[in-house]
Design a protein around this ligand. Structure first.
Ligand code: ADP
Ligand code: MG
Length: 598
């Protein structure tokens, strides 16, 4: 006798439900996603007993016809895709056509739905896959689905549910992941008759504030800075937390094409960008929204899983990291470098007796009286076009004419310069007012110091306690192998673990151990970008990259540090350009300044 037979639909659906509907939260996610796919502007969620007794989702979307209301509960019934190839151009949250069938197999479902173009709507009631009744009724536009007594017919599963507090927390977690992506939609969430969330349509930033601002006394969004990047592979927008607001319990959210995703690899890219900036045990918050071509990701994974596979993970890793660092840099969140810390580079203090630099000259016109004469004539509220030349490429390239060290102007309290926006040094000198980029100046000075140090002596290595393993693309592996002896000379100890896999066992003692991977990636990048350079220049590039890394992490300079920095900078034969050819300062001459007051 043959023993194989097809399972009745109700049983098949119940088995499928085990996959799709594990708890009230998965049910909520499916229903809200359906409402979003239906173009709803307003979505209300009502739960009782953490969704175990009742879970209701009401939307004002496009509704369903009488026939579709019935079809929606069939397995593999969907309006969203028609053929396999549609899977690669998905623009909806759902596509499996499994959710409603699964939910209806393990609960008592009551749905009310009406399309705006119809006169009457439809009511349908289904218990454990069986249609109890269906009839035309008066209904508002949109759809309301009540899921009652979840798992009433699967006692084992019902027992498996956690306490109401835990399940409610799960509901809120899944709700939050959706609400963050759709700030333009008005959501309300009512539990036991109490409004937990009422989130009107707002911007992304305000949605973050309304979700997380409550538990944070301060203005939450002030702790975030904007980050964005646009490349052919991926477009990313969002917010990252300031390092000083890093916490033990950060809010970390990644989304791709409107879906929440978990992506440990990209999370690592973000954290790497923060390396050296975070207090121990603290992590930054982030809310980043990725947009990629639908065929560049594989969402066809398990319905309840949030891991998403990307086709181009490695390049995106770099894009993410660069974007975060750029954002941190743009907002001047470059962290403090503790000068007293071991291993930090210190700039040797030059005493006044050091003859390398001309002693400062006083340049104060004591006879000047700002109120003398009628100077404020012909006042125009608009700034004149700058009379000084803005830096041009030629000026950058022109490093033949070595500038003469400006004589420092010293004020009575010994401050040689003033720090503007934590970044620029305003430095009056005999020729006029110099505006110096402090990071570049610091990079330049460090570069010279380190070059001399590493010229004929091997750099000191600092062993890494937990060596980081890095995987490279074949081309980068080759480049890395070619650079290995130079990297070694400056203090890197890198071991090859596999064909394209390496571990960083030691870093130059001037770097923090945790910065090794990031600096190495930077060096690779710099050398790769400077295609055509001869190998003899590589070491310079490495030194320059390390110097820039340290300089970027230097906190706002104190008066003494500023003075030392300038003293050392001006002692260099050529201080106009950084080793990578960027201008270090520009000069506003006295004449140019005077022109502004003509
Ligand atoms: P999927 O979302 O994967 O298509 P579902 O089982 O979740 O599968 O839903 C089946 C179908 O029912 C959907 O394709 C859609 O046409 C319809 N549907 C479900 N929920 C709604 C809703 N809230 N508003 C309008 N149509 C809906
Ligand atoms: Mg669905």
């Amino acid at each position: 006798m043959d023993i194989i037979h097809l399972l009745p639909d109700s049983v098949a659906n119940q088995i499928a439900a085990g996959e799709v509907v594990q708890r009230p939260a998965s049910c909520l996610k499916e229903l809200v996603e359906n409402a979003l796919d239906a173009g709803a502007q307003r979505i209300q969620i009502i739960v009782q007993d953490a969704g175990k007794t009742l879970l209701q989702v009401i939307d004002d979307g496009k509704g369903m016809s009488y026939m579709d209301a019935r079809m929606a509960f069939e397995r593999h019934a969907t309006s969203k895709i028609a053929q396999a190839s549609d899977l690669f151009s998905l623009h909806t949250m759902g596509f499996r056509g499994e959710a409603l069938a699964s939910i209806a197999a393990v609960a008592q479902v009551e749905m009310l739905t009406k399309r705006p173009e119809d006169e009457v709507g439809t009511m349908i009631e289904i218990d454990g896959s069986k249609v109890v009744q269906q009839e035309p009724v008066q209904a508002p536009n949109g759809t309301s689905i009540k899921v009652k007594n979840l798992f009433y017919n699967v006692p084992a599963r019902r027992r498996f549910l956690k306490t109401d507090t835990t399940e409610l927390r799960n509901l809120i977690t899944d709700f939050t992941r959706i609400a963050l992506v759709y700030p333009e939609i008005h959501f309300t969430f009512v539990s036991e008759g109490e409004i937990l969330f009422d989130l009107p349509a707002v911007s992304y930033k305000q949605r973050i504030e309304s979700l997380f601002g409550k538990s944070n006394k301060t203005n939450y969004v002030r702790q975030l800075v904007e980050a964005h990047t646009s490349t052919p592979l991926v477009e990313i927008q969002g917010f990252i937390g300031k390092p000083e607001n890093a916490s033990r319990n950060p809010q970390q959210f990644l989304f791709v094409n409107g879906r929440f995703m978990r992506h440990p690899y990209f999370n690592k890219a973000i954290l790497t960008a923060y390396s050296g900036m975070l207090p121990p045990d603290r992590m930054p918050s982030y809310f980043l929204y990725f947009t990629v071509a639908p065929d560049a990701i594989d969402v066809n994974i398990h319905p309840t899983k949030t891991e998403i596979k990307f086709a181009d993970e490695q390049p995106i890793w770099q894009i993410v990291q660069a974007m975060v660092r750029e954002a941190l840099g743009r907002y001047n969140l470059i962290p403090p470098l503790d000068f007293n810390r071991e291993g930090a580079i210190d700039i040797p203090v030059m005493s006044a007796h050091n003859t390398a630099v001309a002693p400062p000259q006083m340049h104060i016109n004591t006879a000047y009286n700002p109120f003398e004469g009628n100077r404020i004539h012909d006042y125009t509220p608009f700034l004149p076009t700058p009379a000084y030349p803005l830096p041009t490429q030629e000026m950058r390239d022109d490093n033949t004419a070595a500038p003469t060290a400006p004589a420092l102007f010293e004020t009575t309290d010994g401050e040689a310069s003033c720090l503007y926006k934590d970044k620029y040094l305003l430095c009056p000198c005999q020729q006029g007012l110099m505006v110096i980029d402090s990071v570049r100046a610091y990079q330049k000075v460090l570069y010279e110091t380190l070059s001399v140090k590493w010229q004929d002596k091997r750099g000191t290595m600092q062993p890494v306690l937990f060596p980081e393993v890095m995987d490279f693309e074949a081309a980068d592996t080759q480049l890395l192998l070619d650079m290995m002896s130079d990297l070694n000379l400056i203090g890197f100890d890198i071991a090859r673990l596999g064909p394209n896999s390496f571990s960083i066992n030691a870093v130059p003692s001037q770097l923090e151990a945790s910065a090794g991977a990031q600096v190495l990636m930077d060096i690779l990048h710099t050398v790769r970008e400077a295609a055509g350079t001869v190998q003899t220049q590589w070491k310079q590039m490495m030194v320059s990259t390390i110097a820039r890394h340290i300089a970027l992490r230097k906190k706002a300079l104190t008066a003494v540090e500023r003075k030392d920095l300038l003293t050392q900078l001006f002692a260099l034969p050529d201080f106009a350009l950084t080793p990578d050819g960027k201008r270090v300062y520009f000069l506003l001459t006295d004449d140019q300044i005077a022109q502004y007051f003509d």
